[in-house]
Write a new protein. Structure first.
Length: 119
């Protein structure tokens, strides 16, 4: 199962978190930006290029089989620049940081409530 993520900041400063899932056996492809689905395709088992807009800019995500291994490349067609990969995890690391901060905040609130109950 191939999962990849990219972060792209456009000229105006808006961050786009682009992620994709490509099923190993099924070949199903799901591309989403900031958790909104922008492309779904089924049984993609050969080379294919997906085109879509992020804001006002055109992008291409290409899937290429090279020596039996899948390669994914994200290109901004307006600038002809390749966007480098953020990570290959399904959950970007910032979600882990948010979860840790949330647990810490809940613990602090519980300690404050217990302090006031005991006094």
């Amino acid at each position: 199962m191939a999962q990849h993520s990219w972060i792209y900041k456009n000229k105006v400063g808006i961050d786009y978190e682009l992620s994709m899932y490509h099923g190993d056996k099924s070949g199903h492809v799901l591309i989403y930006s900031n958790q909104a689905i922008i492309c779904i395709d089924f049984s993609v088992k050969n080379d294919k290029i997906f085109s879509f807009m992020l804001g006002e800019e055109l992008f291409e995500l290409s899937f290429i089989l090279e020596k039996g291994l899948p390669l994914y490349k994200l290109i901004n067609k307006d600038t002809n620049k390749t966007i480098s990969k953020l990570e290959t995890s399904s959950y970007p690391k910032r979600h882990i940081h948010i979860a840790v901060l949330l647990v810490l905040a809940i613990c602090i609130i519980i300690f404050i409530i217990l302090y006031f109950i005991n006094n």
